[in-house]
Design a protein around this ligand. Structure first.
Ligand code: NAD
Length: 537
């Protein structure tokens, strides 16, 4: 049976020429669709359309409970073998994957553009990110996963070792905005830690995830260690969560609350990477031109459909007008389009739903008195869901986009008078994902950064500096998330730590030859000695 998940209609869009490329054809996507796990009991499918011109890209299985149960069954079997593969062999898969992702970058870029309509330069960020993650975790996993000696209960007598075991099956639920990065980069540390992964990508971007899987298999990952199930979240999510040992979720805060509640019901650990309403601060001593360039990249990268992009920019009043002028001018110079080349600087929104949300937020703001400095209109001449990069001024608390995440190419400018006011404004949100501070005095800016309640803060950069510092954790405070990706935390969260302590010579108990009070005296004396003994923590 075929299920009609229709393209979100826009009648004024004319049919355009075929989008197929030398690397990505209907046959390529059909071949990829066969990688989806099926139980054999369900034959429903759904069609994926390109947001560029609504072209049909291909059908995918609309997986249900039985398909997910099949994937869980296979994952459990595959994981037992995989965890016994030596770490150096698991790492070798990542190393080969790094090379394969770079070697197949044109195909990956094509499929990402077909599915999302994003600019090729933004799709390339994903290739780079996945390759960096593969390299980073290949390099650090052997040390992070190695057993480590710990201070024992009694020095020299208790020998204590910490081990990291894989949790088992990791369920990953990913969004559409960075379909390669958010599907694969979070899977890489899970896999190298010895887990099996079942990924549920967003409906709109599952072919990208399937090509990511295809390359993992090519890199030597055993069958069923990484599987993909396609379909809708409410259909697949509950079964996936109920059978997983860990849930890695990236998406909206609203959905995050629902899936975290389910994870809580099954008492499985979860990592939640959620929404944001990210602030950028431009201090009075900032390089105005550099900050304006950053504002363009940070607000309109991926057409603003980026959890760490800026939707609020606070500028010191003394440079407000200069910054505003430069920002508008650079925004209006952006090259917009859907071409498959690296010259386009901003692509399409992904769907009518995203376009509708952007339009509703802007209409609400304008109706309540905000001023559109540039943009403020759909660009259906470029594509059905295209929206012009938009800068607003005079945004006030009663407007929807003052606090709510828009997730589109829309940013509001506000002046501020003092440093403390700027910090307070930045923190006046339920979110805490990313922020930036621009100042020529980097130590002052770093001090301001530490006062902003956000998981990552970039000084004189938009998001790339903190995001690509893979050796440091990345994630959200407040309603922007629970847990972290990247760094040691990004790998060890997929493990269960275990302490094995070997006791020698004497038990940790009162010996027969001491009375209770003598034992207490001896232990008191020992505690005092341990406090001063070097090497005892
Ligand atoms: P979404 O929450 O609607 O969907 C995310 C994923 O969850 C999709 O795969 C979807 O199918 C699935 N899902 C939906 N309902 C579900 C349910 N009931 N049970 C299980 N799964 C379900 O988010 P979206 O619109 O795809 O993505 C945009 C949001 O994601 C924005 O809020 C953005 O800020 C956030 N985001 C956060 C990060 C981060 O790292 N913090 C990164 C990218 C996107």
């Amino acid at each position: 049976m075929e299920v009609a998940l229709k393209p979100e209609t826009k009648s004024e869009v004319r049919p355009q020429k075929s989008l197929w490329t030398a690397h990505m054809t209907a046959q390529t996507l059909l071949d990829l669709s066969h990688r989806v796990v099926r139980s054999g009991r369900n034959h429903e499918t759904f069609m994926v359309h390109s947001p560029i011109n609504q072209q049909e890209l291909g059908r995918l299985p609309l997986c249900g409970r039985a398909d997910v149960e099949e994937a869980l069954h296979r994952a459990k079997l595959a994981q037992r073998g995989w965890e016994n593969v030596p770490v150096k062999e698991r790492v070798a898969v990542l190393s080969r994957y790094h090379d394969l992702v770079l070697a197949h970058k044109e195909a990956l870029l094509d499929v990402m553009q077909l599915e999302t309509g994003k600019a090729r330069i933004h799709a390339f960020e994903e290739i780079f990110d996945v390759a960096l993650n593969a390299r980073y975790y290949a390099n650090v996993a052997p040390d992070l996963l190695a057993p480590s000696a710990r201070n024992g209960a009694i020095p020299f007598i208790t020998e204590t070792t910490e081990y990291h075991h894989p949790v088992g099956v990791v369920g990953i639920i990913a969004p559409w905005n960075y379909p390669l990065t958010l599907a694969i980069s979070d899977a890489i540390p899970a896999i190298v830690a010895g887990n099996a992964v079942i990924l549920k990508p967003a409906e709109q971007t599952s072919f990208t995830a399937l090509l990511g899987l295809e390359l993992l298999i090519k890199a030597g990952l055993p069958t069923d260690v990484f599987q993909v199930v396609t379909g809708t979240g409410p259909d697949i999510g509950p079964t996936l969560i109920s059978g997983s040992d860990f849930l890695m979720f990236t998406g909206s805060t609203a959905t995050g609350r629902k899936v975290a509640a389910q994870a809580g019901e099954y008492l499985i650990k979860c990592s939640m990477e959620l929404g944001g309403k990210n602030p950028m601060l431009v201090m009075e001593d900032a390089d105005v031109a550099a900050a304006a360039n950053g504002a363009v990249r940070g607000s309109f990268g991926n057409a603003g459909q980026l959890c760490i992009s800026f939707e609020r920019i606070y500028v010191a009043r003394s440079i407000y007008n200069d910054f505003k002028k430069a920002f508008i001018q650079k925004t209006e110079a952006l090259r917009l389009g859907t071409d498959f080349n690296h010259e386009v600087e901003m692509g399409s929104l992904i769907s009518q739903m995203q376009l509708g949300k952007v339009q509703a937020h802007i209409e609400d703001a304008v109706q309540k008195g905000a001023t559109v400095l540039t943009g403020g209109k759909a660009r259906t001449d470029l594509g059905p869901y295209f929206y012009a990069p938009t800068i607003l001024e005079g945004v006030t608390p009663e407007m929807q986009l003052f606090r709510e995440e828009t997730f589109g190419p829309v940013v509001a400018l506000y002046p501020f008078d003092t440093e403390q006011e700027a910090v307070d404004l930045a923190n006046d949100t339920v979110y805490g994902l990313n922020a930036a501070v621009w100042s020529r005095n980097t130590s002052r800016a770093a001090g301001i950064a530490r006062r902003i309640k956000a998981g990552t803060v970039n000084v004189n950069e938009t998001y790339g500096a903190a995001w690509a510092s893979l050796d440091a954790p990345m994630g959200g405070m407040k309603l922007s998330g629970i847990g972290r990706r990247h760094g040691a935390e990004g790998l060890l969260k997929y493990t269960e730590s275990q302490t094995v302590a070997i006791q020698r010579l004497t038990p940790i108990a009162k010996p027969d030859f001491l009375s209770g009070s003598q034992f207490a005296d001896v232990m008191t004396m020992a505690a005092k000695v341990f406090k001063w003994l070097p090497g005892i923590k």
